[in-house]
Design a protein around this ligand. Structure first.
Ligand code: FES
Length: 327
């Protein structure tokens, strides 16, 4: 009996010890987080549709689009929060909703530690990348860790997640069309604008070719049979067709998945821009903006020129279903 009492006393002591030290640990972690967020003076860069927050070696890119009704949130430096001007929802610096009406957080496009060393997203699932094209085109991608799971966790309100919640088919264009029809886009532009998708990023910067070589003639990407980057001759052919329509304005749309040195891509974009400007068009660019907004703008375009690659092909299909003209 005495032995039993001793055992029970020891177990109670042991339980209290563990619990107490865990609580302390939780307290320490929580406090240190709080003190961090108070001391942090983040560098916040706003574009029309996104915000990049750099703080303590971590770079985050968030959508500015409020999940409540799609207004663009502003940054309030004093409180270090994002505030929606429409119905006053508030989000902390990490994009988490802290005051209604919004029920969801801001979408995160990436959240990357030591961004300069960021090479292989597959090797570290702390590094989040939005892959709309891959999620639409292949179940194999959707079933991977970088698929539905990651997208649901970090891009909850995105087109990719909506797509995966509505269908498990590859290239289910009817479903995609429904999603796009309901999408709230806060971007005004002349609907007679010609929209050109440019595939840039790794396919240019890692290609081994100079920008001039890529513009000179069609080049396959590394050891693949695929041609992603279009040369001048491709756009020269398109010019002949463009002349049939009353097109004055062009928007070049492109984005990068990662944050490498994209100097060659920027050079390429600039040269394509000059190519059309020299021929009398007003050319503007959307570079690395909200990828869902970009996708919808391209899919709903009246006139569209695709680039190489599967993502451009998905957009072409959507333009066709929306009765747009693929040039
Ligand atoms: S649109 Fe942001 S709170 Fe309503």
């Amino acid at each position: 009996m005495i032995f039993l009492l001793l055992v029970i006393s020891y177990l109670i002591y042991y339980y209290l010890k563990i619990n107490y030290s865990n609580n302390n640990l939780r307290l320490i972690t929580k406090n240190s987080n709080n003190s961090n967020s108070k001391n942090i003076k983040p560098n916040v860069i706003l574009t029309d549709t996104t915000v990049t927050v750099k703080s303590n070696g971590v770079t985050k890119k968030l959508s500015r689009k409020c999940p409540n009704a799609g207004c663009m949130v502003d940054y309030d430096k004093k409180s270090n929060e994002f505030v929606c001007p429409c119905h006053q929802s508030k989000f902390n610096i990490d994009g988490k909703v802290i005051k209604d009406s919004a029920e969801d957080d801001l979408n995160i496009y990436y959240n990357i530690e030591n961004m300069d060393n960021y090479n292989n997203y597959k090797s570290n699932n702390k590094k989040y990348m939005y892959r709309l094209g891959d999620m639409v085109k292949s179940k194999e991608y959707r079933d991977q860790n970088i698929g539905y799971k990651l997208h649901y966790n970090y891009f909850k309100n995105s087109i990719a997640v909506k797509y995966m919640q509505l269908t498990n088919k590859d290239n289910d264009y009817d479903t995609l069309l429904t999603i796009i029809k309901d999408y709230k886009l806060n971007y005004n532009y002349d609907k007679n604008t010609l929209i050109i998708h440019l595939r840039t990023g790794d396919v240019i910067d890692n290609s081994g070719y100079t920008v001039n070589e890529l513009l000179d003639s069609y080049k396959k990407y590394l050891n693949t049979p695929f041609i992603y980057v279009k040369p001048y001759s491709y756009y020269e052919d398109k010019l002949i067709k463009i002349k049939k329509y009353n097109i004055k304005n062009i928007i070049l749309i492109t984005g990068f998945h990662k944050n490498h040195n994209y100097s060659k891509s920027f050079d390429y974009i600039d040269k394509i821009k000059q190519f059309f400007e020299k021929r009398g068009y007003n050319v503007s660019t959307r570079i690395d903006e909200d990828p869902d907004d970009d996708f919808v703008i391209m899919c709903k375009s009246k006139y569209y020129i695709p680039s190489g690659g599967g993502f451009s092909r998905i957009i072409s299909k959507m333009v066709e279903l929306n009765k747009g003209i693929i040039i």
